[in-house]
Structure formats: C-alpha cells, structure tokens
Ligand binder design. Structure first.
Ligand code: SF4
Length: 199
C-alpha cells in the first residue's frame, strides 16, 4: 500500500501507532508493522554532529554540522545539514539568512579550498600546498619587516611601526582565538589590521 502522509494523515497514523502498539501487546503485531512502514525515519538519526562557528560575520554564531560517513572508518564525510546550535550563548540556535544557507556555501563548486598563488608574469592562479604557502608568507613578511620596520620616529621616540604590510583576519573564530590573533599581529608592529567581517 502506498500512502501519501498529510499532516492530518500523520496525526491519524500516530494515533494508529499508539493503537498498534497496544494491539501489538495483545498479539496484533502486523497492525503496528503496517503503520511503522509508512513513517519516514528522522533524517538526522544516523549522522555525526560537529560543532563549528558560522564564518560569515563577527557575530560568530554557533552551528552544528550533520554529516554522513565515518572518518574513523576511512569513509568520506558529507555534510547533509547545518543548523544553529541551541546551546551556543551567542545565537541560541538561531541563524540569519546567510547562516541558514551555509550548506550551499559549503558545497558551492566555486568555494576556495586550497591556497592559490599567481606566479610573477602568470595570468592564472595555481594551487599550492599549505606548507609552501605558509613558508612563503612568513619569508616575505620577514623580508618586508626587516626592510621597513620603524623603531623610532624623527624625534627619537620609540614607535615600533610596520606600515608596509597589512593583515586581514577572518571572523570564524572564538573570542579567545581573535584575542590571540590580535596580540600576535600587533606585536609585529603591523598597523593596517582589519577583519573580514567588515568587508
Ligand atoms: S548566522 Fe548570520 S549573524 Fe550569525 S555569524 Fe553567520 S552571518 Fe553572522
């Protein structure tokens, strides 16, 4: 039997389920099985929950990502649903329209997933490894800081400024990570420091 389950039908089925359970206890198990056969299982039952932070803005709402596939068994994890984290003190389970559309952002074919580099003279970006990218950034920052750091101004007053490199931080962080990022960046003397959330 193929049954379209409307809201009213569901309530009827739920009532029938209770009756079916009672009937089952009395030895009418087939009635209960027939009802259960038409109740769709809750779609998140077999998923793995992972807590994270919405990457869009500095509100930094808590989210829960639901994925199928067990990484511990070498399976590929696939995020099938994302919703607000009701236990998070910032958003209490709510999300704005951008946060509510996070699953599409995660699966977007144009999403940037690796560091990219455009070599001198090239007209295109190429994928590079994280190790290469981090080493190169660190090396270029060191060169620039050594060449342009201003320890004192014209009057001999210590200013410790580094004005030739800027730093743009992301907003998908906790308060603690943001605090540590701020301290590290400012300790280098960088003045031009902003956050993606203000873009
Ligand atoms: S859900 Fe909306 S308000 Fe919350 S962090 Fe994401 S973009 Fe900001």
């Amino acid at each position: 039997m193929n049954m379209e389950l409307s809201r009213r039908g569901f309530l009827k089925a739920a009532g029938a389920g209770v009756a079916g359970t009672t009937l089952g206890a009395m030895g009418f198990g087939e009635a209960e099985a027939a009802v259960l056969a038409h109740v769709r299982p809750f779609k998140l039952t077999t998923t793995v929950e992972t807590r994270n932070t919405c990457p869009y803005c500095s509100v930094a709402c808590g989210i829960i990502m639901y994925s199928k596939g067990d990484l511990r068994k070498g399976e590929q994890a696939d995020i099938v649903h994302i919703e607000g984290d009701v236990d998070h003190p910032t958003n209490r389970g709510t999300l704005c329209p951008k946060g509510a559309a996070l699953k599409d952002f995660v699966h977007a074919p144009t999403r940037l997933k690796h560091p990219m580099m455009r070599k001198a003279g090239s007209d295109r970006f190429e994928q590079v490894s994280w190790d290469f990218a981090l080493d190169r950034i660190a090396r270029l920052m060191k060169h620039d800081r050594d060449a342009n750091f201003i320890a004192k101004n014209a009057k001999g007053v210590p200013v410790n400024r580094w004005t030739t490199t800027g730093f743009l931080a992301a907003s998908a962080t906790t308060n603690e990570t943001a605090y540590a990022t701020y301290k590290v960046v400012r300790s280098t003397g960088i003045v031009a420091f902003d956050n993606q959330a203000r873009v």
